[in-house]
Write a protein that binds this ligand. Structure first.
Ligand code: ADP
Length: 410
């Protein structure tokens, strides 16, 4: 054994051949591993000479080290706690124990410490097996010059793995926080809109009553003001009902089942018959798929999109086409019209609650329809968007997972 190392053996009062501690930091050279002033090594080895050679190789490779050498599982466990190593180096074959079993001990203790095997001879197959089982690397005893590099790489990998885990945990925490705050917000919107209805009903009915009882009995301005107040209250009632409808989408009462979109469209057509006849609209659809969805929400989705295509029509009678095609594991639906179109810069805005591009005098509505469509589609695991140019009609597109995919989504 190297005399420098021998002189430094600690725990001299212990049984010979049990645990030995070796300090080899005296020969510190040029470039130690950046994050360690002293690398703590736990070495599983029965041969003193081999232990000394390993320490020597690390020292030569630029590490300042503190090494504890152990031979048995009990010693290993004890030193894991006492020494808290940065790296474990283990001889593959020991008389009483196997180096790979040290991995089990690390795993049991939930310790993420790299383990490098050092062996006189390790066939390729065994080496691959060991790496698969979790050893970080292996070095042959007659190639110890490679050991410092193997240690550096192992430490670097551990560092990167730590960073990745940290980033993943952070991401998971943020996602959870976002989901919670969204749920709270939805709950708030639901409760607020629900509870506001009652006092608002009072305001609306009493202003209406005032209007009816005192029309012509006060001065002209009073009639006008009461009229404004009454209109405002009624309008607020509609907004609150819309908000409530919006916040109800995706609440627990929705049930998913197989929905034949062709059959659903036929029903939507019947319910929209009057609007279609008044506007002279022609709606074509064929071979729409069966999807796994909430039936009434699907009807609402088609109805909102077709209703808009009729409402925002151009000079010609509305020509509306509903189609679907399979793209990968999704159905891609499109609802296209020949209406007034949308300027591309508003393509995202129109899906936000109460966002509209026109006054109510131009086109009636509250700006909730597309927000509801977005919520329905997203609740079913899809996406919705519009492709349009002002004056050239619009095509609303949305995706829904195909039946095979839906079990995972809904
Ligand atoms: P609303 O119809 O009550 O205005 P929506 O949320 O359904 O509310 O639509 C938001 C806005 O998107 C509409 O005000 C309109 O400007 C635009 N829009 C929606 N559908 C169409 C369409 N098919 N063609 C042109 N513009 C549309």
């Amino acid at each position: 054994m190297n005399p420098d190392i021998k002189n430094d053996i600690k725990n001299k009062d212990r049984e010979p051949g049990s645990e030995r501690s070796v300090r080899a930091s005296d020969g510190m050279t040029a470039s130690p591993a950046p994050q360690f002033t002293e690398l703590r090594v736990l070495h599983v080895e029965d041969n003193e000479m081999d232990a000394a050679l390993v320490a020597e190789a690390l020292r030569k490779g630029g590490f300042s080290i503190s090494v504890v050498v152990v031979q048995t599982e009990a010693e290993f466990e004890e030193q894991l706690r006492a020494h808290r190593p940065d790296v474990v180096i283990a001889d593959y074959n020991l008389p009483q124990w196997k180096g790979m079993e040290a991995l089990e001990v690390l795993r049991r203790g939930g310790l993420d410490i790299p383990l490098i095997l050092v062996s006189g001879a390790l066939g390729d197959v065994t080496a691959v097996e060991c790496i698969k089982k979790g050893a970080t690397d292996y070095v042959l005893k007659d190639g110890l010059a490679r050991l410092p590099e193997a240690v550096r790489r192992a430490l670097q990998e551990k560092h990167l793995l730590g960073l990745r885990r940290q980033a993943e945990e952070e991401l998971a925490r943020k996602a959870e926080e976002l989901a919670r705050s969204n749920a709270e917000l939805e709950q708030f919107a639901y409760i607020a809109s629900h509870d506001l209805q009652e006092p608002l009903r009072m305001v609306a009915s009493y202003t209406q009553l005032l209007g009816e009882r005192y029309r012509g009995k006060l001065d002209e301005n009073a009639d006008k003001y009461i009229g404004y107040a009454s209109e405002g209250a009624i309008r607020m009632q509609t907004l609150i009902q819309d908000l409530l409808a919006f916040s109800r989408v995706g609440r627990k009462n929705s049930t998913s089942r197989r929905v034949d979109c062709d059959a659903e469209m036929a029903e939507v057509m019947m319910s929209m018959d009057l609007a279609m006849r008044e506007s002279g609209a022609r709606v074509t659809y064929a071979a729409l798929p069966v999807v796994w969805a909430d039936r009434s929400r699907m009807a609402q989705l088609f109805q909102n999109l077709i209703g808009n295509a009729i409402k925002f029509r151009g000079k010609d009678a509305p020509e509306i086409s509903v189609q679907a095609e399979k793209v990968g594991s999704q159905w891609l639906f499109s609802v296209s019209d020949n209406g007034i179109g949308i300027e591309p810069q508003y393509a995202e805005n129109i899906f936000v609650v109460f966002r509209r591009l026109h006054t109510r005098a131009e086109y009636p509505g509250n700006g909730i329809g597309l927000a509801i469509c977005k919520k329905i589609v997203e609740h079913h695991g899809g996406k919705i968007w519009v492709e349009s140019e002002r004056g050239h009609g619009s095509t609303f597109k949305f995706t829904l997972p195909s039946e095979a995919e839906t079990d995972r989504v809904i």
